[in-house]
Write a protein that binds this ligand. Sequence first.
Ligand code: GLN
Length: 554
Amino acid sequence: MFESSSKKTNIVGETKYIFVTGGVASSLGKGIISSSVGKLLQARGYNITIQKFDPYINIDPGTLNPYEHGECYVTVDGQETDLDLGHYERFTGIQTTRANNITTGRIYQSVIEKERRGDYLGKTIQVVPHITDEIKRNIKLMGKKYKFDFVITEIGGTVGDIESLPFLEAIRQLRWELGKNAVAIHLTYVPYLAAAKELKTKPTQTSVKQLQSLGIQPDILVLRTEHELNADIRRKVAHFCNVDEEAVIQSMDMPSIYEVPLSMQAQGLDAIILRKTGMPVGETPALGPWRSFLERRKNATEVVDIALVGKYDLQDAYKSILESLAHAGTYNDYKVKPHFVNSEKLTRENIADMLAGMSGVVICPGFGQRGTEGKILAAEYARTHDIPAFGICLGMQMMVIEFARNVLGYADANSREMDEKTPHNVIDIMEEQKNITQMGGTMRLGAYDCEVRPGSRTAEAYGQTHISERHRHRYEFNNHYIGEYEQAGMQCVGTNPDSNLVEIVEIPTLRWYIGTQFHPEYSSTVLKPHPLFMSFVKAAIGYLKDSQAQDKKD
Ligand code: GLN
């Protein structure tokens, strides 16, 4: 499904390293710029990867609240990572691994382990050189071990943060060591002062000065702006910041993040990188499939409304689900309009209103008790009104609980996660999880195989019966109840061949009612939308058309 990250071709000889830093403000879209650079170089035939360094002390974002850090993205090898890795995969189709997201916590952990082992032979361990060396080792590993042509390294946070200093020092050293094989891109913000009707470059100048004071001269500046930057402004920035005029690139707000690579290409960002690293520039790739995706996206004007039932009404918490729905919408020639429905606010009295007009319902993943009864209500409503419904991880578990309560007649059915003493533990703790006390990195994580029952709705959607999907959970379907479920109409159509764990449930008599214990949203990309999302959105469009036809009749 993906291009392998361990492809061992290196057509450039020595690996080239591209560093992406940000200044002035956070959330300027470093992840999108890094992904776009990756996409453009890849389109020229280069073998690329993108890694992110996060300056916080947590070992990984797995223990972070989505309010703090948005969605936690999971790689195939089971690393819980920053959501920017989702962009890297969606833009480039490459597969990332634990080597692609490293935090200050992981760097320190590894240095401290080495110190305890005695690897440092009595030396005093210091930020420079030990921490910086460990950072450099992790950057160079990508080139050395996997032989990538280009390694793009994004540094989280903004220049000036205390936490990012060791990373910037490591980049300073690497640029010196690597010479022409390294390029530094700095992303800043150019605010528009409405009263003065002027774009202001001072914050950019200040940010570049700050970077220079750390010994890093950026080669390329990407300026995030809401208004077109004219030649005078570019010249001024180039002049003040010691950067070539052609290397001052603007990044305007776009209707879609997927337009950014085209805008970067039109301004020659990839060509500049190639020139700076002494590579032949050659012809500009046409990006045909990418352009036709955007074309299709633009032409898809009819809207299908889909509810996301979850406890966070926060875009970033369900980032990959939103993107997967958007991809599937485009390839079904519709615009998916997502609606956040806060599951904590759902009641039996208001559910019809809250879900009115929805042609599909996604019951979202999550942890803990909060908002779960609302998810169960949503599952019931979708099942009894035959609205296409897609339960993902905790969402699937809620579908299973709802079915036990309302169809199997176990009114007290629950997951052990919500009620440890439930007599009908249709969702139970996994055997190997029972004695785990540490929270971080101990769930069932990463890609596992799944066998799908031939003839099922799910098999039809995938077009195959052997699949592999990514997981992030501690609890599972309790196999003790399989017989009862199957008899009553909820089929367990996907299982892991080694452990026999149930991975997929569906009610085949309904339009589209499928729950997956895994997270399909992590593997939908722009050029390869996920088959389950494709099929779900198609069913939602079918539902919409039927209700429109019904309305006409009435
Ligand atoms: N809380 C559930 C579990 O641990 C589901 C997790 C999820 O939705 N990612 O099994």
